[in-house]
Design a protein around this ligand. Structure first.
Ligand SMILES: [Zn+2]
Ligand SMILES: [Zn+2]
Length: 408
């Protein structure tokens, strides 16, 4: 007799959960500090994310973790600053953390500082459930076409890059992914690896990105102005790359699609043009830990943003319906597009129902509902605000959000 009662409670819980505001952790997985080619102290960069409403942040320096001793001359710090306005980076850091915070040293007659390790400053910011620093690296490989950079998040040990000028980009990508998988096996900790900025130096084609099915993530948006986000004549931009690679994976390889990540890739923190706060992820993890964040992202339980905030994303597989609730932003008008590819597509088609990355439907408003076409291989939603990005990385950039592909 108790079964129907229990059943009705469950129905009530599940129906009230539908379209409720989800809890997301906001984070950036890609930023550079003085440990590699960034121009500010790592603790100052973390301070930015901590102050600006993020719950997690990664410092992903090129081929290095923030551990061990790293000496850097004052001369180099000044040179890297690029901006002549205001205090020097050292003075700014001392103003924030105190006069005796910075460890000074002179090596071969050159005055400089010993950078703080992650363990040295974690305690200044971290608080359970509120803020977390996740260990990361940008594995900065070379290839015969250019830089094949991959971020590895939730690392225990550094992963060496491959500085090849001969090997194809997909071979290099696979090597890095295999190194990531090997470390996961060794440490028992899940690691998220995302292919960065495929159009940087035009190094990675959509076909190559599709081919390495072990890679499940790539940057659909990266805030660095030199990564060719919009593509060029004959080369798709990052969203176009996403649709081509996902179509190949699902239709031709029987593999899972890629999930899209938005990141900062910030290098300059004193007014330069590679500044932070441009792109981030919102992760519906069950708790704020490195492992839980990686597992939630692997399950597709996140969206990416460059300024549009979503209250909820609900996908019901049974009827192929996706519903999205968007948070108000003054008088902003939101245009949502359901994008995907149909079975029987024609890879050469540039428009119509056979094209890759067809716009299945467009809705405006703060609550949108789409029915995914029955013959779709997958579908995803891009939401674009009528408001411009507050710190654009390209001309005319609007605030956007990207949900992950579903229905595959
Ligand atoms: Zn890079
Ligand atoms: Zn980078």
């Amino acid at each position: 007799m108790k079964i129907p009662v229990l059943f009705s409670i469950l129905v009530l819980v599940s129906s009230s959960a539908f379209c409720q505001t989800q809890t997301y952790y906001k984070g950036n997985t890609h930023a550079h500090s003085l440990w590699s080619d960034g121009n500010d102290f790592p603790e100052m960069i973390i301070d930015f994310y901590h102050k600006n409403g993020y719950q997690f942040a990664c410092l992903s320096d090129h081929d290095i973790l923030q551990e061990g001793e790293k000496f850097i001359t004052e001369e180099l710090i000044d040179k890297r600053k690029r901006s002549k306005i205001g205090l020097g980076a050292i003075a700014k850091c001392e103003t924030r953390f105190g006069k005796d915070w910075i460890t000074r040293k002179t090596v071969e007659g050159k005055p400089g500082v010993v950078l703080k390790t992650l363990e040295n400053f974690r305690g200044q910011f971290e608080k359970p459930g509120e803020f977390l620093i996740v260990m990361a690296e940008e594995i900065s490989n070379g290839s015969k076409t250019g830089g094949v950079h991959m971020n590895a998040i939730n690392l225990v040990e550094k992963i060496p890059s491959v500085k090849s000028k001969e090997l194809p980009a997909d071979v290099i990508m696979r090597q890095s992914i295999q190194a990531v998988i090997a470390q996961e096996k060794k440490t028992g900790k899940p690691i998220l690896a995302h292919l960065n900025h495929p159009n940087f130096q035009w190094a990675v084609t959509p076909q190559q990105l599709a081919a390495v099915a072990e890679e499940r993530f790539f940057e659909v948006y990266n805030g660095h102005p030199s990564i060719n986000h919009l593509g060029k004549e004959g080369v798709p931009g990052d969203e176009g790359i996403w649709d081509i690679a996902n179509t190949i994976r699902i239709a031709e390889m029987g593999e899972k699609p890629l999930y899209g990540i938005a990141t900062d890739d910030s290098h300059t923190y004193h007014g330069g043009d590679v500044s932070p706060g441009r792109g981030w992820v919102m992760v519906a993890a069950k708790e704020l830990s490195g492992d839980a964040l990686v597992l939630a992202m692997r399950a597709g339980d996140f969206y990416s943003s460059s300024g549009v905030t979503l209250k909820s994303v609900d996908y019901v597989a049974d009827n192929g319906v996706i519903e999205i609730a968007i948070e108000e932003d003054g008088d902003a008008v939101f245009t949502s597009e359901l994008i995907g590819t149909r079975k029987g597509y024609d890879a050469a088609a540039e428009e119509g129902k056979t094209r890759i990355g067809e716009v299945f439907g467009t809705e405006t408003g703060k609550v949108v509902r789409f029915e995914i076409p029955k013959d779709a291989l997958y579908a995803r939603v891009t939401i674009t605000s009528s408001k411009g990005h507050v710190n654009p990385s390209f001309k005319g950039q609007k605030k956007q959000a990207w949900t992950q592909p579903v229905g595959w």
